[in-house]
Design a protein around this ligand. Structure first.
Ligand code: 5GP
Length: 199
């Protein structure tokens, strides 16, 4: 059986990543979502072990010391990280594993696992991103401006991703990501059997 692919998805706050990833999981039957560990507070509606593993700082630092995380980063004062064992288990079972993580962590994954596929989701424009952030209605204007500033920095780092896709509609962007994932199966470095047979 072929091992699965490691797919990393990032994008600025407000771009609609969560919705896109949900739609992607619904439409890709051989994908598994990687549940991250975090030290941030649980939000209403979230479930421990489903959205995240909500753990203490001490426990998180223990995981770092044990080298149990594929990557980790501090984002808005909290730790976030990807437990590595589970990812490896699911890849070995042939599943594509989807990581929805921020840019610093994504670039660490690329260093550690050069075969990972990094996909960055952007908004059609910064004006549109600002409109979406304000449209949420629950965010004060200074926070909106801070998020837009972070988004600019994140978009600059996106040049080191493998793919950049625009989120104009959820359906269209999901289709683009599915196309990328499908095409990745045919990369020469994933087709070792074909090459071995020709030897
Ligand atoms: P939130 O707290 O809103 O759920 O997530 C904040 C940010 O952390 C988002 O950009 C999300 O993609 C990112 N994130 C979630 N899990 C991980 C992780 O395991 N590692 C890293 N580096 N970022 C993560």
């Amino acid at each position: 059986m072929k091992t699965g692919k490691l797919i990393v998805i990032s994008g600025p706050s407000g771009v609609g990543k969560g919705t896109v990833v949900k739609e992607l999981m619904r439409r890709h039957d051989k994908a598994r979502f990687s549940v991250s560990a975090t030290t941030r507070e649980i939000r209403p509606g979230e479930v421990d072990g489903v959205n995240y593993y909500f753990i203490s700082r001490e426990r998180f630092e223990q995981l770092i010391a044990e080298d149990a995380l594929l990557e980790h980063a501090v984002y808005v004062g909290n730790y976030y990280g990807t437990p590595e064992a589970k990812v490896n288990e699911q890849l070995a079972a042939g599943y594509d594993v989807i990581l929805e993580i921020e840019v610093q962590g994504a670039l660490q994954v690329k260093k550690r696992r050069p075969d990972a596929v990094l996909i960055f989701i952007t908004a059609p424009s910064f004006e549109e991103l600002a409109r979406r952030l304000r449209g949420r209605g629950d965010t004060a204007e200074d926070k909106v401006l801070a998020r837009l500033e972070t988004a600019r920095w994140e978009c600059q780092l996106a040049k080191d991703y493998d793919y950049i896709v625009v989120n104009d509609t959820v359906d269209a962007v999901t289709e683009r990501i599915l196309t990328i994932i499908a095409a990745e199966d045919y990369r020469a470095d994933r087709c070792e059997e074909v090459i071995k047979e020709a030897d």
